[in-house]
Design a protein around this ligand. Sequence first.
Ligand code: DQA
Length: 154
Amino acid sequence: MNLLVLHGPNLNLLGVREPGIYGCATLESINSSLHDLARELGCTLSTFQSNHEGVLVDAIQSAAGSADGILINPAAYTHTSVAIRDALSAISLPTVEVHLSNIHRREEFRRHSYIAPVAAGQISGFGADSYLLGLRALFTLVIKRLSEEPGCGT
Ligand code: DQA
């Protein structure tokens, strides 16, 4: 199983960016914890960060041929990007949306996610642990998807 982790804009600044909201973990340390967990679960992981919407769309389109599932923190694009939502919808790989902060406890504009309707679920508010919880959720989802047989229960 090969999973893709996508990080959106400004997440390269984690560790120095508003630590009271996003915590002290750097993107590098989050990726490293994700790699450790992936090893434990027995899957391979690629991680990618971009500050550019189109680059994230390209990465999602490329995942269609190379990944079994996507873990994504779309960051600010969560609240604005129809393009990222459409890309995820187009490739229809199992997707889990994660956020470090609880977007539902913050400003009104953060409460709406364009991504949530095309994701299997959303994990929000657990700091860096959101990613680890999200990876476990995605792993389980992909296992189920891979072993799914048509005509459940028949
Ligand atoms: C975020 C929440 C977004 O509202 C914000 O724009 C981010 C980070 C989070 O992980 O908490 O950049 O996705």
